[in-house]
Ligand binder design. Structure first.
Ligand SMILES: [Zn+2]
Length: 332
């Protein structure tokens, strides 16, 4: 069995003015074939897990380039096309293969491409033909477009946010791929569009319970191979942004579609209850002043603590912006 794997990933904040070029990918992760380190990064676990599977099964794993840029603004067109074409050329050279297992993020946007992953996957489909397995791991903060769904056999996304389970879900991705390639299952994917935008931390209720319930369904129902919640990435201004449910079943399309709808409607019914309580700017400043012992006597209480940082949620470089600005500290 010969499988091709590669990684092409970043998370694009289309409101950020910081352009992503090839140097940004090289500064974060740019590993040529067989040069990826043993430790996976967020989106490259399909490659490192794939090495373990290939070794255990004595399969041939052909590695393509694995690359990731830290989140910022649009990828410039030349960079996206160059990285895409580099990996496509590696795949063409590896043909024929029985499967393609990818590490994607799913929220990439490039100049001239609202849906780079859809473009990438459909070109891969054109190369391998209709019968070869194509699957990918996704970050839930991604855009699940029709083009991607048409091109790939199935997707598995991280369940936890913060993303503590990217290796576990890469293992699930490979488990489903292995069973398919061994002729034991026929994974089919159904999707329900919740037509909503929200933020879903899984460290607190109600999302904790929701994820625990979908994990229990995966464990207890042999027809259900995988359930993913695509949260959506609201800093990506693209037409198909939003929350969607993926159910991958073993050849049970109707059951998968029914379950995806049921779970999606359950999520929709809880809309607006997922985020942690928010602090208003006035409350945040009052709280900060009460904690700071500044030389200019901003704080009459004289309490010492620091540094104190006031940040808007979208001041987070992990979401593609430039970073946070320290507000005031007796240490600075
Ligand atoms: Zn994410």
């Amino acid at each position: 069995m010969k499988i091709f794997t590669a990684v092409l990933a970043t998370e694009t904040n289309t409101f950020s003015p910081i352009s992503v070029d090839l140097n940004a990918f090289k500064a974060s992760l740019y590993a040529l074939p067989n040069q990826h380190p043993q430790t996976p990064t967020l989106c490259s676990a399909p490659l490192t897990v794939g090495r373990e599977i290939a070794q255990a099964r004595n399969w041939e794993l052909v590695e393509g380039t694995a690359t990731w840029a830290d989140p910022a603004g649009l990828i410039n067109r030349e960079t996206y096309e160059r990285l895409r074409d580099e990996i496509l050329a590696q795949l063409r050279a590896a043909m024929p293969v029985e499967g393609v297992v990818l590490g994607l993020h799913g929220a990439m946007v490039a100049a001239g491409y609202d849906d780079p992953e859809g473009d990438f996957l459909s070109r891969i489909r054109d190369i391998v033909g209709p019968d070869i397995l194509i699957c990918a791991e996704l970050d839930p903060h991604s855009h699940l477009t029709k083009k991607r769904l048409e091109a790939a056999d199935f997707f598995v996304a991280f369940k936890e946010f913060p993303h503590t389970d990217f290796v576990e879900q890469a293992q699930n991705l490979w488990r489903i791929a292995e069973d398919k390639l061994m002729g034991q299952t026929n994974p089919v994917m159904e999707v329900f569009d919740c037509k909503m935008i929200d933020i879903f931390p899984t460290s607190r209720e109600p999302m904790r319970g929701f994820v625990d319930r979908i994990r229990a369904i995966e464990t207890n129902d042999p027809d259900i191979l995988s359930i993913s919640v695509i949260h959506g990435f609201m800093a990506g201004d693209v037409p198909e942004m939003g929350t969607k449910i993926i159910v991958v079943s073993d050849n049970k399309r109707e059951k998968a579609a029914t379950l995806a709808q049921k779970l999606g409607e359950e999520l929709f019914s809880m809309r607006g209850t997922f985020m942690a309580p928010q602090t208003s700017p006035d409350e945040a400043i009052s709280l900060a002043l009460s904690l700071i012992d500044c030389d200019d006597a901003l704080s009459p209480t004289g309490r010492v603590s620091g540094p104190v940082v006031i940040a808007d949620i979208w001041d987070n470089p992990g979401g593609g912006t430039a970073g946070m600005r320290p507000f005031c500290s007796n240490k600075l």
